[in-house]
Structure formats: structure tokens, C-alpha cells
Design a protein around this ligand. Structure first.
Ligand SMILES: NC(=O)c1ccc[n+]([C@@H]2O[C@H](COP(=O)([O-])OP(=O)(O)OC[C@H]3O[C@@H](n4cnc5c(N)ncnc54)[C@H](O)[C@@H]3O)[C@@H](O)[C@H]2O)c1
Length: 468
């Protein structure tokens, strides 16, 4: 066994690193399945022992991702693009300090389209995009058209047209396009998934999830002075950031793998909290003092699936309150939730009263140990040291790297990216129509009926991009 492999398995390489690193519904061609390529469910490519990754956007999300991926055996950061030269400098300095080869650069001169050069080049196989949201779809399509697999930050696209464009590009160019929904890999989301797949909650009938994160200060004070987050809030109704609670829940409900989202209704409160914050925190001559939002404080969607399950989805980034993703699942045998703390209860047999009270903390912790998802069993310790939202970012990166290196399908595909990202437009349409029901497009064109349900998979550390 070579040294890098031994160190990786022991986790010592990571510890050192941690110490140092601080459409529209009627889209005819698609609906007919005619103009596009073959379906992408289960899509896989030949094993890529060496995964060369090019980053577009090395800001708050992209830079930590560079640091994680540069340390995954078999992965190399070979290209970076950012219009902010300071960000490029910081990544280059970090690579140099660790004796890693300098990635080739694009966009240093501030040219907003220079990222295309990275996609045109042959220095990388995978594009990892952590750019502001309006760039997501253009990057998806252009990168795939130029032979790259795409890993895209959330949401993966911003309108139904963009979702269809992304789906059609993946099908046409036969490339992976996966949304980087890191919460899918959260320790407690994966615990819920494992418990549900093991049948502990019975058949799931309802999930209650969301994204509640007080971002008033962040949205009013962006690091680069570019207001792309609050810009959306000021101009549109609806849930423009739906995926953190939703994708893990969708996997628990086998969405696009035996079930699908059929329609949603969406309702919104008035807007009050951003305005109050702006008036209290900025002087009268600052635009933020009098800023007015279109989106209300709290958007709530109710989603109905083809198999008769419902899911409630909340988006709230502006009322003062603790962070919360909900993560609540109710089934025929019991309940699971992980906010505000880990709570679960289930019956051993129907009607035995076992779920009338949540299990006490000691029992919940014991169940957590017993049903820890296999990814967290093998990588949890390292993931917590490397970090990134408590380790889930690292588990996510480790998993797609493992799938690419071993020629496996990725955990979520382009249909998932499109389905979940659709909420942005569907919720806005519903709010604008007094909460009328709006249908989801079926990006799989019926493929969801035969696609295999999600399974509890493994990561075999000995098959990790090692050359010896
Ligand atoms: N998964 C998560 O937990 C999570 C958390 C925060 C943000 N996000 C998502 O990540 C993405 C990036 O967010 P962030 O917080 O890192 O933002 P950021 O503003 O810190 O970083 C974006 C970077 O993209 C660069 N950029 C902008 N336009 C560019 C262009 N034309 N070409 C090349 N580079 C360009 C900027 O200079 C900046 O460095 C967003 O889509 C956001 O929704 C995800």
C-alpha cells in the first residue's frame, strides 16, 4: 500500500490539511422525447481514475471546495476561473503552499465570459460551478456542450426554460449534470434516509422541510458588493432557494424513482422583516434604508406527489430566528425530525402506542449510532475534521468523486436538478395566481415510473482513485 493511500485511510492527511486550512410545461420536443438524446436515469461513464476538476467561481463556496477536492485521492484541481483576481490569488497561494501544481487560470482580467475558455480547454474533465445563480444554466449548457461533466451549485437552474435547456443538453451531449445539494449528505438527513429505507417509519406520507436562515445582514452586505442574492428577493415572489430541505426529502420519498412531484400550491406572507432591518441599520441616504421587497417574508409551498404523499416546504431568510431545515418525516409507523433537535418515535406494531412520546435522548443517540449511514460510517470522522457544514460538503464531494472514479451513476441526475430547481418558477407562478395549483413538468417523460428507487449505497475506501 502506498503512503498516500495509507494516510488517506488513517485520515492523517486530512488532519494535517485541516490544521493548515482554515420551459415551460408544453415544451413539445422534450415532451415527445424526440429532439433529445436517450434518458439519463442510471447514466454512467467509464471509470475516471484521474478526475481533473475546473472551478468557475472561487468565492465563499468555491474556495473551500477547491481545498476539499485537492485532497481527495485521484482528484486534481487543474483550472480556476473568477472575475475577482484576489480570489484567484488566494487559491493559487493555497495550492503553492501545499506543493500542488498551479491550476490554469481564466477571468483574471474581469471578462465575465472568460469562463467559457475553461470549458473549451482540455485541462479539465469536470466543471465545478460555484457562481452567482444567474450563471448556473449558461454554465450547465456550455460546459456540457464542450464535453465537460458539470457539478452545479444550488439551485441548478432558475426557470423552467433553464431546467429544460439543462436536461436537453445532458441528454444530447451525454454528460453528467449533478446539483451540489450538500444537505442530502448531512449526517441526520442520511440517518433519516437509512431509517426510512429500513422501514422503521413505515410508509412515508408527509414530509415537512425548508430553509429558514436569517440572512438579513448577509443579503444586505454582500462580500463583493454585488447584490445578487437580495436582487431576487426585491423583484420576485416565490421560493428562490428551495433545495436544502427538499432534495434530502425527495430522496426519502423516491421522487423521480417511482414517484414524482405532480403539482404545488404556494402562499406568501407580506414583506416586513427586510424593510424593518433596512430602516434600523442603514442611514436615510442609503438605498437599503428604504428598500422594498416583492417577496414576502415567508413563502410556504405544499407539494403533492403522484403516489399521494404531500410535502410542505418553507423559505424564510429574513425573520430573526434560529436556523432550521425541518427534516420532518411522518409515516404509517412513526415520526422522525432533526430540528430543533434529533427526535424520533415509532411503533413496533400497529397501535402499540410506541409513538405517543418521542424516544428519550439516550435512545435517540443509540439509534443514531446503529443506523448511521454507510457513508458516514466510513468517512464521518474525516469529514468532521475537513469540515464544510459539519462535514456534509466533504461527504458529498467524496461520493461524486468515488462514483466518477468507479464508473457509477451519480446519486442524483439532471432530472433531479431540474425537478427541484423548478420550484423557483412554479412557486412564483402559484403566488401570482392566488395560490392556484401549478403542475410540475415531468422532465423524465414517464421514466420515473420505471426508474429504480434510491438505495442505501456504500463507499469502499480501498477503491478510491489509487494507482497502486
Ligand atoms: N450549498 C450550499 O450550502 C450553499 C451555500 C451558499 C451558497 N450556495 C450557492 O453557491 C453559489 C455561490 O455562492 P457563494 O456564496 O460562493 O457566492 P460568492 O459571491 O462568495 O462567490 C461567487 C464567486 O463567483 C465569482 N464570479 C461572479 N461572476 C463570475 C463570472 N462571470 N466568471 C467567473 N467568476 C465569477 C465571484 O467573483 C465570486 O468569487 C450560489 O449559487 C449559491 O446559491 C450554496
Amino acid at each position: 500500500m502506498d503512503t498516500s493511500r495509507r494516510e488517506f485511510l488513517k485520515g492523517t492527511a486530512w488532519m494535517g490539511a485541516v490544521a493548515m486550512a482554515a420551459g415551460c410545461m408544453s415544451r413539445q420536443s422534450a415532451a415527445a422525447g424526440g429532439a433529445s438524446g436517450a434518458p439519463m436515469h442510471g447514466f454512467r461513464v467509464a471509470p475516471m481514475k484521474r478526475v481533473r476538476v475546473g472551478f468557475i467561481g472561487v468565492g465563499a463556496r468555491g474556495t473551500p471546495a477547491v481545498k476539499r477536492i485537492a485532497q481527495i485521492p485521484g482528484c486534481e484541481v487543474t483550472a480556476i476561473s473568477d472575475v475577482n483576481p484576489a480570489r484567484l490569488d488566494a487559491v493559487q497561494a493555497w495550492m503553492k503552499e501545499r506543493g500542488l501544481p498551479a491550476p490554469k487560470e481564466w477571468s483574471r482580467n474581469g471578462d465575465k465570459d472568460a469562463w467559457k475558455g475553461l470549458c473549451d480547454s482540455d485541462v479539465c474533465d469536470v466543471v465545478y460551478s460555484a457562481t452567482p445563480r444567474p450563471l448556473h444554466c449558461p454554465i450547465n449548457v456550455y460546459a456540457m456542450a464542450h464535453g465537460k461533466h458539470v457539478l452545479q451549485e444550488v439551485p441548478g437552474a432558475f426557470s423552467l426554460d433553464e431546467c429544460w435547456e439543462t436536461v436537453e443538453a445532458a441528454e444530447k451531449y451525454r454528460r453528467h449534470c449533478m446539483m451540489l445539494e450538500n444537505c442530502t449528505y448531512g449526517e441526520e438527513e442520511m440517518l433519516a434516509f437509512n431509517l426510512i429505507k429500513k422501514g422503521k417509519l413505515g410508509e412515508i406520507v408527509q414530509a415537512e422541510v425548508g430553509y429558514q436562515h436569517d440572512q438579513r445582514s448577509l443579503q444586505y452586505n454582500p462580500r463583493d458588493g454585488v447584490f445578487w442574492r437580495i436582487d431576487r428577493h426585491m423583484k420576485h415572489h416565490g421560493n428562490y432557494y428551495p433545495t436544502h430541505g427538499l432534495v434530502p426529502a425527495g430522496r426519502c420519498l423516491d421522487v423521480n424513482r417511482g414517484d414524482r412531484f405532480e403539482y404545488l400550491v404556494s402562499m406568501e406572507t407580506k414583506s416586513a422583516s427586510f424593510e424593518a432591518f433596512g430602516q434600523a441599520n442603514f442611514p436615510a441616504d442609503d438605498w437599503r434604508h428604504n428598500a422594498k421587497m416583492v417577496k414576502g417574508d415567508i413563502n410556504t409551498c405544499l407539494l403533492h406527489t403522484a403516489q399521494g404523499k404531500t410535502l410542505s416546504l418553507i423559505h424564510n431568510v429574513c425573520t430573526p430566528r434560529p436556523y432550521d431545515r425541518g427534516n420532518l418525516f411522518m409515516g404509517t409507523k412513526g415520526i422522525y425530525r432533526s430540528y430543533p433537535s434529533l427526535l424520533m418515535a415509532w411503533e413496533e406494531k400497529v397501535g402499540d402506542g410506541g409513538a405517543h412520546k418521542y424516544f428519550d435522548e439516550a435512545k435517540a443517540q443509540k439509534i443514531k449510532e446503529e443506523y448511521r449511514h454507510p457513508f458516514w460510517k466510513v468517512a464521518g470522522e474525516i469529514a468532521k475534521k475537513v469540515g464544510g457544514h459539519g462535514g456534509m460538503d466533504f461527504v458529498m464531494d467524496l461520493r461524486w468523486a468515488y462514483c466518477l472514479q468507479n464508473g457509477l451513476p451519480l446519486d442524483t441526475d439532471v432530472y433531479d436538478l431540474a425537478t427541484y430547481s423548478s420550484i423557483v418558477e412554479l412557486s412564483e407562478r402559484s403566488v401570482n395566481a392566488r395560490s392556484s395549483a401549478i403542475d410540475f413538468p415531468d422532465y423524465t417523460r414517464g421514466g420515473w415510473k420505471t426508474a429504480q428507487p434510491f438505495t442505501v449505497d456504500e463507499i469502499d475506501m480501498s477503491k478510491f482513485g489509487f494507482t497502486s
